[in-house]
Design a protein around this ligand. Structure first.
Ligand code: IMP
Ligand code: MG
Length: 208
């Protein structure tokens, strides 16, 4: 686990349209992500040796991370998904969390590992863990790729963390901004900026 500063010297490699007044900078490259996910997979495989865990992905953001993570697991797994009401079209965290799509596989007696893309206030994950705990799993743990732990509003222990984030709003590798940019292979920070006619695309990053 490690904290990384935003590296503004790395230009964003995509030419995108539709994102006005903002730039994207690579925070974690695809190679850094792959290495970290591989390490998490090894750690989880060791901890769940001899078990048959149920991975619970939180839609939509976790599907890319979960797909990569499960292929680094040496133990047999089952996979299911839940959907919780989240950010919508804004960058602000929603205070109210609702389960809008439930699991299809029962969790009673199972070793459940919840997989989340990013934890911010902690409300989404806390709400889900509370709900799943009521259903009598044998064990209940959580794993997130990105942890904005300094923004936590509710107490929460996360068992496996990919990267701790200092600041900013990120997209890519499954994470969206108003449903866009999930497809980017790198994790990129969105940097809103003032519209300025003098600025061109010649600087760092791309101004779409
Ligand atoms: P929380 O309930 O405040 O912890 O919010 C967690 C949810 O907010 C995540 O599952 C994401 O859907 C969303 N979220 C939080 N921060 C970001 C971000 O930087 N980029 C994209 N989505 C985010
Ligand atoms: Mg999410």
């Amino acid at each position: 686990m490690g904290t990384r500063q935003i590296d503004k010297s790395r230009p964003f490699p995509y030419n995108l349209s539709g994102m006005k007044k903002s730039r994207l900078h690579v925070l974690h490259s695809r190679d850094q992500i792959a290495e970290r996910v591989r390490c998490l997979g090894e750690q989880i495989s060791r901890d769940y040796e001899g078990r048959f865990p149920l991975l619970v992905g939180i839609l939509k953001g976790s599907f890319v991370f979960l797909a990569d993570l499960m292929r680094h697991l040496d133990v047999p797994v089952e996979v299911d998904f839940v959907r919780l009401a989240s950010y919508g079209a804004s960058m602000e965290s929603s205070k109210e969390v609702k389960l809008t799509k439930d699991l299809e596989i029962p969790v009673e007696g199972r070793d459940v590992l919840v997989v989340e893309d990013i934890v911010d206030s902690g409300r989404t994950l806390k709400e889900l863990l509370g709900e799943l705990a009521k259903r009598g799993p044998r064990s209940l743990k959580s794993c997130c790729l990105l942890d904005k732990r300094h923004r936590r509003e509710v107490p929460l222990e996360i068992d496996y963390v990919g990267f701790v984030m200092d600041e900013g709003f990120v997209v890519g590798y499954g994470l969206d901004w108003a449903e866009s940019y999930r497809h980017l292979p790198d994790i990129c920070v969105v940097e809103p900026e003032e519209e300025s006619p003098e600025e061109s695309d010649a600087g760092q990053g791309v101004k779409p």
